[in-house]
Design a protein around this ligand. Structure first.
Ligand code: GAP
Length: 514
């Protein structure tokens, strides 16, 4: 097989995996298209019974590791981080001060022929190396390879991949646009010059709709933290250095929501702003870079699928003294990576902006030295919903040897159900023992009780939803009070005491990621 064919086969296999992941999410109740019975709404998703559990587990684990039990700091003392839950809608001046009203924008191009709109940095342009013929633009996304093949068939003639130079539209001068055929256009020269498009969702407050009462759904959870920095300082016992953490919804009117829940218009973030003395900022920046990588590995993302990438100069926002992204190798980015979390050294930019715009002094006064200063901020900003997608992609393990054809290899901590209690038959006293065990275990863990169908079908269902342990009650249980544990990954079975079930699951939850 030629290298090109092999590559395209791989791409199809990965794309297939993504389609299978999306299908499993719907079939088993992890994630549904929002408003599906009305035809859906682009960029919005609903989390079903198991998706809600999975998302809550990731949320709670982050909260535990960041707020309840943060790591020991570089100086050997425990790090101090407190939680916050700020309103989604704030005074619109917050978003003016933060720079979102003026600058929270993506470069957009319109197609004059089809009236479609695209993000300039999401259009890949193939330009003939011999200068003969038109350039062909293809939009990045789930169906990139399919669209590219279709457009090449129509416009490339006998030319193949190797005959084209590949660039993002955002790197091409507007003078060249006249020779580019847009992703859905029939002729060259229909794409307009890129224009900024603001991503903030607007709403109106109160009964009278006028421009005076415009407000915004928050574009990030971070600003709620900055505007409460003084409140937290005045009302709690924190001292610099300390962090404020928040988890919640954020909204961005993304031009091209795509790749399932990867880029949505409504999503959830887990952000922490760490306030420190400017002279210590570099130390804390390095510290959080390390800690945040550990976090994702601890919950089961493999090292080889994670990448720490430093922002180049052209990518870095002007106030940042450094930003790193923790990226994950999603099936649709493979062999490349996609952002999961950003860790930014934001200097004192945000506090300075809010101090200037609000007229409220935000200086910190060190009680021992009397030094006054605006703290610098290190910000680990992760996507909760994007994290859920990474967990699903990592866990999805095709296995043709089992009836389900697949299992989800979640770390027990993240698995929506920690165990399933399965009486071997629906008679002989098995269901009664199973129900008793279920009632006992559910006090401490989310567990499933499944009495109907043959045992193979029930194992298959639990494999598909990633339940690490199936506990089976059979005739031996009646005799010696033991049960069978079936391990999800290895499918190996072992016998344990009925009374040890709780302890057994507890140990599993504490185990290291596999
Ligand atoms: N306060 C900084 C900030 O918001 P960001 O890189 O824009 O930084 C942080 O967002 C994280 O939020 C990203 O790493 C990503 O995981 C997630 N995120 C951003 N936009 C998203 C979207 N449209 N859909 C899903 N997750 C998104």
């Amino acid at each position: 097989m030629s290298q090109a064919a092999e590559k395209s086969d791989q791409a199809t296999a990965l794309e297939k995996n993504m389609k299978e992941i999306v299908a499993l999410c719907k079939r088993r109740g992890f994630i549904y298209q929002a408003s599906e019975i009305y035809g859906g709404i682009n960029g919005f998703w609903d989390y079903g019974p198991l998706g809600t559990e999975l998302k809550n587990n990731l949320r709670d684990w982050w909260w535990r590791k960041m707020v309840l039990c943060p790591p020991i700091g570089p100086d050997g003392t425990p790090v101090d981080i407190v939680g916050l839950d700020s309103a989604i809608i704030q005074n619109p001046k917050v978003w003016v001060a933060s720079g979102h009203v003026g600058g929270f924008a993506d470069p957009m191009v319109d197609c004059k022929e089809t009236k479609l709109r695209y993000r300039a940095d999401h259009l890949i342009v193939f330009t003939p190396k011999d200068g003969q013929g038109s350039s062909i633009a293809v939009q990045e996304g789930d169906d990139f390879e399919e669209s590219k093949a279709r457009r090449f068939k129509k416009f490339a003639g006998k030319k193949t991949d190797a005959d084209f130079e590949k660039r993002a539209l955002s790197d091409i001068a507007f003078s060249e646009f006249a020779n580019i055929i847009g992703p859905d256009a029939s002729k060259p020269g229909t794409l307009t010059e890129p224009k900024a498009f603001n991503l903030l969702f607007e709403t109106k407050i109160g009964a009278v709709a006028s421009d005076d009462n415009v407000a915004y759904l928050r574009g990030e959870t971070a600003q709620g933290i900055f505007v409460n920095y003084k409140n937290v300082l005045d009302s709690s016992r924190v001292k610099v250095p300390f962090g404020i953490a928040q988890i919640g919804k954020a909204f961005r009117n993304e031009v091209n929501p795509r790749n399932f829940i990867f880029r949505s218009r409504e999503f959830e973030q887990m952000e922490m702003e760490f306030f420190c003395h400017p002279k210590d900022a570099k130390m804390w920046f390095d510290f959080w870079k390390e800690e945040r990588q550990k976090f994702w590995q601890e919950i089961g993302l493999t090292k080889g699928n994670l990448l720490m990438r430093e922002h180049g100069h052209n990518e870095l926002v002007f106030y940042s003294k450094g930003t790193f992204d923790i990226e994950y190798k999603f099936p649709f980015t493979d062999p490349g990576f996609g952002e999961l979390e950003g860790i930014a050294y934001r200097t004192d930019y945000d506090l300075t902006q809010h101090q200037t715009h609000s007229g409220t002094k935000l200086e910190y006064i060190d009680q021992t030295t009397n030094e006054r200063f605006l703290p610098h901020v290190i910000e680990p900003a992760a996507g909760l919903t994007r994290g859920v997608l990474a967990l699903l992609c990592e866990a999805f393990t095709p296995d043709p040897s089992r009836p389900s054809g697949v299992y989800l290899n979640f770390h027990p901590r993240l698995a929506p159900k920690k165990a399933a209690i399965l009486p071997l038959t629906a008679k002989d006293g098995h269901p009664e023992i199973a129900t008793k065990l279920y009632l006992e275990l559910r006090e401490e863990f989310p567990v499933d009780l499944d009495i109907k169908q043959n045992i193979g079908k029930r194992y298959a269902r639990q494999d598909e939803i990633g339940t690490p342990y199936c506990l089976t009650i059979d005739n031996d249980t009646l005799k010696d009070e033991t049960i069978t544990v079936r391990h999800r990954n290895s499918m190996k079975q072992e016998r344990i005491g009925l009374s040890n079930a709780k302890e057994f699951i507890r140990k599993g939850l504490e185990s290291a990621a596999q």
